[in-house]
Design a protein around this ligand. Structure first.
Ligand code: MG
Length: 113
């Protein structure tokens, strides 16, 4: 999937969620998505623990590489919905962050290319 297509899905999903949350104001929407993101991060942590067999035996069966993938996707999608809701240009933010990491580690700008 291309970033442009993902961005469009994120916008539409944000609109759908806003309707689901009874068209609440932007601040409440941001808070609701933030809580949802926390829930998704918790689910991802459970999947990581389950996939590494760090849970009790009776809990291990439901954790598979497929459910782990799903939770990574949930965290990324929910994060991007929050990013969109807060009007952040994530492409620019990531570029700036990469630049900071490169500087911190004394790496040339495009060392990975
Ligand atoms: Mg989930």
């Amino acid at each position: 999937m291309e970033l442009k297509e993902l961005t469009k899905f994120i916008q539409k999903e944000g609109e759908r969620l806003k309707s689901f949350y009874n068209n609440c104001d932007n601040e409440k929407m941001i808070l609701a998505i933030t809580v949802k993101l926390n829930e998704e991060v918790g689910e991802l942590c459970q999947e990581v623990l389950g996939n590494l067999k760090f849970l009790r035996k009776e809990k291990l069966d439901k954790h598979t590489p497929e459910t782990l993938k799903e939770e990574f996707a949930d965290v990324i999608i929910t994060s991007l919905i929050l990013v969109n809701q807060m009007g952040i240009d994530i492409e620019q933010a990531i570029e700036e962050k990469i630049e900071k990491i490169n500087k911190r580690n004394n790496l040339p700008k495009d060392w990975w290319k």
